[in-house]
Design a protein around this ligand. Structure first.
Ligand SMILES: [Zn+2]
Length: 77
């Protein structure tokens, strides 16, 4: 039995993806891999549209959460 041990390790567990399959790009509706937090709210973008808006939005973004690295894992090879 290692149940108790695994519960005690929650603090050091790796960061889970914050974006899920139901998060959709605000521009095209594809699965979102980038979340941009602005003072006016949050925007979601696929990898393609995140690249398009990055230059304009990133300077004013409160947070630029990018999970596009996951694309390589999911669609690689
Ligand atoms: Zn898109």
């Amino acid at each position: 039995m290692n149940t108790a041990q695994s519960q005690s390790q929650d603090v050091t567990s790796p960061v889970a993806p914050e974006l899920v399959a139901t998060d959709r790009c605000d521009s095209c509706g594809s699965q979102a891999y980038v979340r941009v937090r602005l003072q006016s709210g949050e925007l979601y973008f696929c990898a393609h549209h995140a690249d398009e808006v990055r230059a304009g939005l990133q300077p004013t973004a409160l947070e630029w959460h990018d999970e596009t690295d996951r694309l390589r894992d999911e669609h690689g090879a």
